[in-house]
Design a protein around this ligand. Sequence first.
Ligand code: HSE
Length: 404
Amino acid sequence: MVNVAVLGFGTVGSGVAEVLTGHEGSIERKADGLIRLKYILDVREFPDSPFADLFVKDFSVVENDPEVDIVVETIGGATVALDFTRRALEAGKSVVTSNKELVATKGYELTQLAKSKGVCYLFEASVGGGIPIIRPLSQCLAANEILEIYGILNGTTNYILTRMIRAGLTFEAALAEAQEKGYAERDPSADVEGHDACRKICILAAIAFGRHIYPEQVPTQGIDGVTLADVDYTESAGKKIKLLGRAIRREDGRVCAYVAPHLVDQSSPLAGVEDVFNAISVRGDAIGDVMFYGRGAGKLPTASAVVADVIDVARNMGHRKALSWEPGGEDAVCGMDALASRWYVRAKATAEALRAALPGCKLLARRESGGGECACLTEGELTQEELERHLAGLEQSSALRVLD
Ligand code: HSE
């Protein structure tokens, strides 16, 4: 029998308890033995929970119990969660987590610690919620040189953009709706400013390209500047706005990673990814393009990925090979200077002024024109610096890359 302790009884932790106990029979078959939920650690009281007798408040109870084989960390953040994860691994317990902040900032250290202790540190649920992506990337696509990964990595912002596009809600109204539905992080800035997607692209890049990429090395722009005017203009160009995380491996081995809203063509598979769904596209030299799609957030989808990791550890007790990568550093990443693309530009300018600044650009129309603004798509590809040179002297309101 394998014993599990769940740290944190929030949305994901309670989902893990529900799935582990609700599917006990089929999990036992798949894990070749019983997986027992022994403890739930939380500082709060849950007297009415069906798991009420499993609650503990002191982590040392879990740490010092030799029967506990697997610790599920769903506390979130990188303070208490880091301390408990280190202590659990030091105590020879495998750790499974959905905590993308911790993996993105301390993943190198924690995978090394797990390796040195002969245990696992697994985090399938940290990217894409319920979508299997970490294991496919590290195992099923292992024969490939990965060239690029990009995708919709945040369910909340995808929900907000979908509601702006389909229902004409303002950003603020759509965010309030996402919060009501429980999709947004406690602090919605992690979602809307792009930090959550940034952490996820860091994790994917580490696995795909073999070196730790830190969130502070990744230029990150969220969707808080996207307006209904942008939605209208892009629709008239047959495109949709999507927040993408992207990591590209250069020929010299360095990685160019960033997060920003992009215009994608309405015929692109990414345009059909709506609401809280995520989609991740991986380009490998042997396989070409492969896309992973599913529910990127929510209690049970995320619990599904966590419990799959628990089953994997239980099935391979003492044998599973650790996931790991090389340390990061300044030489692991490259700047965005060389990354050229077509651009969508909205500016407080006349059509003539915009055409003069960006010769050959395609002017866009919107239902409610006005406010002295115009928008266009550039004709050719430009780097950000080239675009800014062209627009010098114009009052620019928005500039978004087009994913061609
Ligand atoms: N807030 C995150 C999202 C949760 O909306 O994608 C899943 O990581």
